[in-house]
Design a protein around this ligand. Structure first.
Ligand code: ATP
Ligand code: MG
Length: 414
């Protein structure tokens, strides 16, 4: 007797079935196809990594590393982490595979990521990202290409009009030092009003305060100095060139000097594609330039640029789900015609057509089954058809019926 409590998926994780699965894979397939036209190659790296890949890579003051990582000690005593994002692992892979002399590497990635967050709409503990990175390229042409590719994916998904590109720069190291000094001066004057987290950030990494989600912090952040007032000439000219390239590539954007991004490793370009259609979970794609990450993994200084986008958020933004696939239903009228029907079924599948056989119950039940599988066409094989080698073919959309010799079926339906 099934009197036990039915088991549920782990909090913050979801099963993808039916329409949700179709939306999900449509996002990934579309991104993969578009990224290929921009010359990106797909990689796959392990879901688990040495914890140091993220602790070093993401910066030990980032929210992800401090609060959100799924880390555990394995049976051999190693500290292992379920990856919270793709970039650090890709940089680790670049170094592990000796590719730091074969640059640039243009990588497309899709896969599950894990963060211990409070689950809500658009925020899960297992979620999925699509990701592209140019590993080993000075900007700003690569920055423009990476952003243009992201925009092309949003266009191909039909969600571009619902998103806005917000662009910022974090400048070069010298700009960042100047800016950090200005920030510390400003926030130190308001120290007591900062959240405990941000008081800690003020000592360890003041830029992080700009990304705080605490309401009181946000009020203070609104009055904070702007990075764009502290840029060196060369950082300012990098930023101006990127804006010019984006304009040439027809990517609309607006400048938002408040964007810093959640991870510690960015420099120069930082950007987010945001929407007002997903409530608090408004960032669908985010990324930027990071120049120190490959070094953290033990490689040489390697400038990189990339972004990651949440598949779930993109899937929610898509207006229409992709239609359920339709196919052909092969219907033997009685069990006696099953062998003939099976041969026809096999020839259709071998020709690359989606085909199913309805083989339970009387003809009515079988026709119902054909409708359930969203068949667009039924091939009906009764006693006469099996004997003559000519099938009844019924177009289930128009109701039109015709007689087609078995060996003409693939040509007619293909
Ligand atoms: P947020 O500010 O929403 O927490 P983030 O800055 O932590 O986002 P990134 O690390 O930049 O996000 O990841 C890139 C994208 O991945 C996000 O823009 C979002 O679309 C998606 N994403 C991040 N965390 C989650 C999550 N827990 N559930 C679903 N999607 C997520
Ligand atoms: Mg986050």
């Amino acid at each position: 007797m099934a009197n036990e409590t039915a088991l549920q998926p782990v909090r913050g994780t979801r099963d993808l079935i039916g329409e949700e699965a179709r939306r999900h894979f449509h996002v990934i397939d579309t991104a993969r196809r578009v990224a290929a036209t921009y010359g990106f190659d797909e990689w796959s790296t392990p879901v688990i990594e040495d914890t140091r890949v993220f602790a070093r890579g993401l910066g030990d003051t980032s929210d992800v590393v401090m609060k959100e990582m799924y880390s555990f000690t394995d049976r051999g005593g190693e500290s292992i982490t379920l990856r919270p994002e793709a970039t650090a692992g890709l940089c680790r892979a670049l170094v592990s595979n000796g590719l730091t002399q074969s640059l640039p590497q243009k990588v497309f990635y899709a896969g599950p990521m894990f963060r211990y967050e409070r689950p809500q709409k658009g925020r899960y503990r297992q979620f999925h990202q699509i990701d592209i990175e140019v590993l080993g390229s000075e900007g700003p042409l690569a920055d423009a290409e990476v952003i243009r590719c992201g925009w092309a994916i949003l266009e191909a998904l039909g969600v571009a009009q619902d998103t806005v590109l917000e662009l910022n720069t974090l400048g070069d190291p010298e700009s960042r030092d100047r800016y950090r000094t200005a920030l510390v001066e400003y926030f130190a004057a308001h120290r007591a009003r900062l959240s405990p987290d941000s008081q800690m950030r003020l000592d360890r990494n003041p830029l992080r305060i700009l990304d705080s989600k605490d309401e009181n912090d946000r009020v203070l952040v609104a009055g904070a100095p702007l990075v764009t007032d502290h840029l060196t000439d060369s950082a300012a000219s990098f930023y101006a060139r990127l804006q010019d390239l984006l304009t040439r590539l027809a990517v609309p954007f607006r400048l938002n000097p408040r964007i810093v991004r959640g991870l510690d490793y960015y420099s120069h370009t930082a950007f987010e594609f945001v929407t007002d259609r997903l409530g608090a979970q408004g960032t669908v794609m985010g990324g930027g330039r990071y120049d120190g990450l490959v070094q953290e993994m033990g490689g040489p200084h390697t400038p990189c640029i990339g972004w990651a986008a949440g598949v779930e958020r993109l899937a929610m933004l898509m207006a229409e789900p992709p239609p359920a696939p339709t196919g052909i239903a092969v219907i033997p009228v009685t069990d006696a015609q099953e062998p003939t029907a099976l041969t026809i079924l096999q020839s259709l599948r071998a020709a690359g057509l989606r085909a199913e056989m309805a083989y339970r119950g009387n003809l009515k039940r079988r026709m119902e089954r054909a409708n359930k599988t969203h068949a667009h066409t039924a091939i009906i094989i009764g006693e006469t058809e099996a004997a003559s080698g000519v099938a009844q073919v019924k177009n289930l959309t128009t109701g039109e019926q015709s007689q087609v010799p078995f060996d003409g079926l693939v040509a007619m339906l293909g």
